[in-house]
Design a protein around this ligand. Structure first.
Ligand code: ATP
Ligand code: MG
Length: 440
């Protein structure tokens, strides 16, 4: 018979397991915790949308839309795209569901996003983002709140060291038009030195030349005029309100006058949290204000501001994750004990005690597995114990053992675990196990 080739993982996708998975889960759990402190509501969205949703809101001239989208006709002939980000879908949902009535609306979501890119460390074709948006709030206080939340998330993850918040303003419509004209004049004067990509950008999206990574573009981009000379008093006041809010909240930032978001509907605030620890994949969290986006989808003028962060990139920055632990392992010896142990395990789990019991193996192997799993206690049940209606409780951290009645062991263990937790919180020493179990 011909040998069947085993299937491979699709290029740029990941099977996330073990320590990597624990880091990943820690990012998501920390995000849940932090956004709860800021009273955001979670939203869950479709993984795919009509291609137009992304094409119109992200913009045809961006890399994401022109090169990176997973787009396909479904069996009915509709053109669909796997989401390459969340903001477009959130704006679409806001319109479809008529959420204007709830504005201002503070929303978060997370999950898989898809981009056809060249895979490398920190860059995948299916990756994951956490995302936070405030819709219907034109006030700079919304920008501040999102930035303070992002900063708190990074601190809570323990990775704020070496991460810088880079901040810029793109001004209001009048500012931006004036600045754009000045940039076009500057780049036109240096046409012959620009890369091919930037010549295309000059036609379609000249602001993007500012963040070009091509070394040929850098000197010209670096010498380009800053936005500052073109800021209207209103735009200047908005930026000052954002920076004053950050200062008041104790969030450090630096100005990066070269930081842009390419599309016409971006206004005012643009920002990135950048680390020096991930090489060219150094942007861990990025966002800005997009007051014109909902209009570009055919909706009423609606303010919006938000950010997205790559879960994998945040996870890569985390220290060694804590090993998982469980409360107890039940170790039966013999067929009769095995069956009684099945009942005991069920009872413990129903009492919210994290318990495991190996499906097979001798005493030695089962005890070794209990240690690997980081169990606090082993409950050993042999024929002798069974005959006497008893079970051996072994504290795996100290090696102490004591026998207790089988009928009440679940409650005894529950009490032990509770005392252990209190003692740990207060740094207290506990009496010997035998004493604790008899006085319990
Ligand atoms: P980059 O410049 O690294 O391509 P981007 O500007 O395309 O990033 P955004 O669209 O702002 O990124 O997405 C927000 C965040 O999502 C990024 O800051 C990064 O952490 C993460 N991210 C973006 N693309 C990928 C990818 N292909 N794989 C893993 N994470 C990614
Ligand atoms: Mg990209």
């Amino acid at each position: 018979m011909a040998r069947i080739e085993t299937p491979k993982r699709v290029r740029g996708t990941q099977d996330i397991f073990g320590d990597e998975q624990r880091r990943f889960a820690q990012v998501l759990a920390t995000f849940e915790h932090v956004h709860g402190l800021y009273a955001f509501q979670r939203l869950d969205l479709p993984v795919f949308e009509d291609t137009q949703v992304f094409a119109r809101s992200i913009g045809e001239t961006t890399d994401v839309v022109s090169k990176e989208m997973y787009t396909f006709p479904d069996r009915g002939g509709d053109l669909l795209t796997l989401r390459p980000e969340f903001t477009a879908g959130i704006a679409r949902a806001y319109l479809t569901e008529g959420w204007q009535q709830y504005a201002p609306l503070k929303l978060v979501t997370s999950g898989a996003v898809f981009r056809y890119e060249r895979p490398q460390k920190g860059r995948y074709r299916q990756f994951h983002q956490i995302d936070a948006e405030i819709l219907g709030a034109p006030e700079p206080a919304a920008d501040v709140e999102l930035l303070v939340m992002a900063d708190q998330l990074l601190r809570k993850l323990g990775i704020s060291e070496g991460v810088t918040l880079q901040l810029n303003t793109l001004g209001d419509a009048a500012t931006r038009d004036a600045w754009r004209d000045a940039l076009v004049a500057h780049f036109e004067a240096h046409r012959d030195q620009l890369s091919e990509d930037s010549l295309v950008r000059l036609e379609k999206n000249p602001l993007r030349i500012l963040d070009s990574k091509d070394p040929r573009d850098r000197p010209i981009a670096d010498a380009a005029p800053d936005i500052d000379a073109y800021l209207t008093p209103e735009a200047r006041a908005f930026f000052e309100a954002v920076t004053a809010g950050l200062d008041a909240a104790g969030v450090a930032w630096t100005r990066n006058a070269r930081l842009v978001r390419g599309l016409d509907y971006y206004r005012h605030t643009a920002f990135e949290f950048v680390t020096d620890r991930l090489g060219s994949q150094g942007t861990v969290l990025a966002g800005g204000r997009y007051d014109g986006l909902i209009e570009s989808l055919g909706g009423p003028a609606t303010a919006g501001v938000g950010w997205a962060a790559g879960v994998e990139r945040l996870a890569m920055l985390l220290d060694e994750p804590e090993k998982p632990v469980i409360d107890a392992v039940v170790v039966p010896m013999g067929a009769a004990a095995e069956l009684r142990a099945t009942g005991l395990v069920a009872e413990l789990r129903r009492m919210d005690i994290a318990t495991d019991m190996a499906f097979r193996g001798n005493m030695k192997r089962r005890m070794a597995k209990a240690n690997d799993q980081g169990a606090s206690y082993a409950l050993i049940l042999g024929d002798d114990e069974l005959a006497n209606g008893q079970v051996q409780v072994k504290a795996l951290t100290t090696g102490e053992q004591a026998k207790v009645p089988l009928d009440t062991v679940a409650q005894s263990l529950s009490d032990l675990l509770f005392e252990d937790e209190i003692a740990e919180d207060h740094g207290e020493r506990l009496p010997p196990l035998a004493q604790r179990l008899t006085t319990a």
